[in-house]
Write a new protein. Structure first.
Length: 111
């Protein structure tokens, strides 16, 4: 749960900057159904087909962090797309490797 993990860290270090890294912006699409689908409405970035929409996953992540009381001024978003820059980044959707290769880093330091 995001709130349980993130909120204590930012309460201790409120001036910290959180960066949302490069991600797959090209093919992130979903069918808008089910409970919780309303969170997707503000993040819709285009239409992918009948009842399917492209969504901005980075904006959803930012909204979750703001909900956790992280100031928007302390959130940076890397605009790079892993699908579009396959020479630089791995993209699960483009490369279709098995097993799935993925990475997430949550790092912090104190000055």
């Amino acid at each position: 749960e995001v709130e349980k993990d993130i909120l204590p860290f930012f309460n201790d270090y409120p001036d910290s900057v959180l960066t949302i890294g490069a991600g797959d912006m090209h093919k992130s699409h979903v069918k808008e159904t089910g409970p919780g689908a309303e969170i997707l409405k503000p993040a819709i970035a285009g239409v992918a087909g009948k009842d399917r929409y492209f969504i901005d996953l980075k904006q959803i992540a930012k909204k979750q962090l703001v909900k956790c009381q992280v100031s928007p001024a302390n959130i940076e978003i890397n605009p790079d797309c892993t699908y579009c820059k396959s020479g630089v980044f791995f993209s699960f959707r483009k490369d279709k490797k098995k097993p799935v290769e993925a990475m997430m880093v949550l790092a912090g330091w104190k000055s």
